[in-house]
Ligand binder design. Structure first.
Ligand code: GLN
Length: 257
């Protein structure tokens, strides 16, 4: 039987990994090793060729400050077409905070010019700077994801923390990733958190997200495997996952308003 393998693309690790978002890559990589899946992490930067990008099975982007988002876009713009093709081909992706903002239609930073985004997501983000407080704190939300095995219902509680100035507003065709039960989420007004389009997730969850919420890690890996091998491939939860899920239940119960 052929050994399963996955290539995980990681957007600009040197510029976009605020608040430990690189921990998400560690979880995806370890879960592959534990499941006997050969994994290659492809750091994406100005040296990465279009051909290398085309072979990605799962894409990840972390958070960053406004300056780094502007720097990243100088190179990412030239990769926009192939990234949109990956998403349209149902390749799964997880973008956290600063990276979904530039995957949207535009990100207007607190200072400087508006940053035109790749338009993967039907959303816009405006950072009001010092005129409004940053959205900082613990965040809890409810997601409904098909195929999150190990849960007795597709409804899953996720926890993490957020730290962003940007306020994101979803377009008419957009579907929120989650519903906020505690915290700000996209804008602190409409109760939405993040966005999901095909198998691409954008969210404001730092933490990092995946060690605290193994259901999302399994969801992404299962989607990557089913797209690549054109069949459903199960992924079990290990003892660490069960511990994380238990811890999450305790933490989230403290915040039920
Ligand atoms: N610079 C963006 C903002 O302030 C994203 C911040 C982040 O990635 N944590 O909204």
């Amino acid at each position: 039987m052929e050994k399963l393998s996955l290539t995980i693309g990681w957007l600009y690790p040197e510029l976009m990994s605020t608040y430990g978002d690189r921990g998400n890559i560690q979880v995806l990589s370890k879960k592959c090793v534990w499941s006997n899946i050969k994994v290659k992490i492809l750091p994406i930067d100005h040296n990465t060729s279009i051909n290398e990008l085309k072979n990605i099975d799962l894409l990840f982007g972390g958070g960053s400050q406004d300056i780094q988002q502007e720097i990243v876009m100088r190179d990412l713009r030239g990769k926009g077409l192939v990234i949109k093709e990956l998403i349209e081909r149902n390749i799964p992706a997880l973008f956290v905070c600063g990276s979904p903002q530039i995957m949207g239609k535009y990100y207007e930073p607190a200072e400087g010019k508006k940053i035109e985004g790749l338009g993967v997501f039907d959303m816009t983000t405006l950072n009001p700077g010092l005129t409004k407080p940053r959205c900082i704190g613990n965040i809890i939300a409810e997601v409904e994801l098909d195929g999150t095995d190990g849960t007795d219902s597709p409804k899953t509680i996720i926890i993490g923390f957020e730290n962003h100035g940007g306020r994101t507003y979803l377009g008419k065709t957009a579907k929120p990733f989650a519903k906020v039960t505690h915290g700000f989420g996209n804008n602190g007004e409409d109760g939405t958190e993040g966005i999901i389009y095909k198998n691409a997730i954008g969210c404001y969850f730092h933490g990092p997200l995946l060690p605290k919420n193994p259901e999302i890690a399994n969801y992404l890996l299962k989607k990557a495997l089913s797209v690549k091998y054109n069949r459903e491939i199960g992924l079990r939860y290990n003892s660490d996952d069960i511990l994380s899920i238990k811890a999450k239940q305790i933490i989230s119960s403290r915040y039920i308003d």
